[in-house]
Design a binder for this molecule. Structure first.
Ligand SMILES: *[C@@H]1O[C@H](CO)[C@@H](O)[C@H](O)[C@H]1NC(C)=O
Ligand SMILES: *[C@@H]1O[C@H](CO)[C@@H](O)[C@H](O)[C@H]1NC(C)=O
Ligand SMILES: *[C@@H]1O[C@H](CO)[C@@H](O)[C@H](O)[C@H]1NC(C)=O
Length: 230
């Protein structure tokens, strides 16, 4: 009861004043660009979507929105660059969304990217530093990691297909046991979960990403007879 009446009490005056100040002078009067992440790793040939939002003080009208690789006062628009024109798409708008899509990424796309917008006011320009770093990679470093090298019969084990790059483009992983493809496995993401293992599950496991040639080195999974632990 004490607690309740305390909570229902109106906030003290200085706090109300602060909230009003914040609303009027801070939240609405700032310039800024936010990217979903500051660095994105993607596989060659995949599609990258950079989620992005931007804001500017009220009273400005957005005239131009574009993505660029150069942080300078008057940088070139990537959609006018012959190397990008066919592959870059602005999915955002002229209000607050600056999401961008780049398809069929190449290793030469590994670079920093910035969103820039110009308003109708003379000084009303903004570039979203520090930008987003794209790292386009060929898979060269797949690796199987096991939650345990030895698993007791009846227990479960999780195998994870790892790469330097956290693969954000919803890649499809393929698992092999003793070089045979486990095509019926559709476990989540990059993991193979063996529930209640049996002796026959023992073997050499390796993984690959669909559409890419490389296969990881194999990892031996040892299944131990449960009677040993009686
Ligand atoms: C980007 O936005 C889409 C749609 O809102 C969302 O599904 C996706 O998870 C976001 N990606 C990142 C990397 O935040
Ligand atoms: C960026 O994110 C921060 C924290 O979530 C938020 O306070 C700020 O308003 C955002 N800026 C833009 C431009 O969306
Ligand atoms: C697993 O790999 C090891 C080392 O390469 C090999 O000696 C062994 O015969 C393989 N086991 C099976 C079941 O293929």
């Amino acid at each position: 009861m004490m607690m309740m009446s305390f909570r229902m009490a109106p906030p003290p005056l200085p706090l109300i004043f602060l909230l009003i100040l914040h609303g009027v002078y801070s939240a609405d009067d700032e310039w800024g660009v936010n990217y979903s992440s500051s660095s994105i790793c993607a596989l060659k040939g995949s599609t990258v979507i950079i989620n992005c939002t931007y804001k500017y003080p009220t009273g400005h009208q957005i005239m131009k929105v574009f993505w660029t690789k150069i942080n300078s006062p008057d940088p070139p628009d990537l959609s006018e660059d012959s190397k990008y024109r066919q592959r870059i798409q602005y999915l955002g708008d002229k209000h607050h969304d600056c999401t961008m899509r780049l398809t069929d990424v190449r290793q030469t796309d590994s670079h920093k990217y910035y969103f820039k917008f110009n308003t109708d006011k003379l000084d009303g320009k903004w570039i979203g530093v520090p930008g987003v770093t794209l790292d386009i990679t060929l898979i060269t470093d797949l690796q199987v990691e096991s939650s345990g090298e030895r698993v007791i019969e009846g227990h479960s084990v999780t195998l994870t297909c790892k790469s330097r790059c956290s693969l954000t483009d919803r890649s499809t992983f393929i698992w092999f046991k003793n070089t045979q493809s486990l095509s019926e496995r559709t476990d989540r993401n990059n993991q193979l979960i063996l529930q209640s293992v049996i002796r026959e599950d023992a073997g050499n496991y390796s993984c690959a990403v669909q559409g890419h040639k490389l296969t990881s080195p194999h990892q031996y999974l040892n299944v131990i007879c449960k009677f040993i632990f009686k």
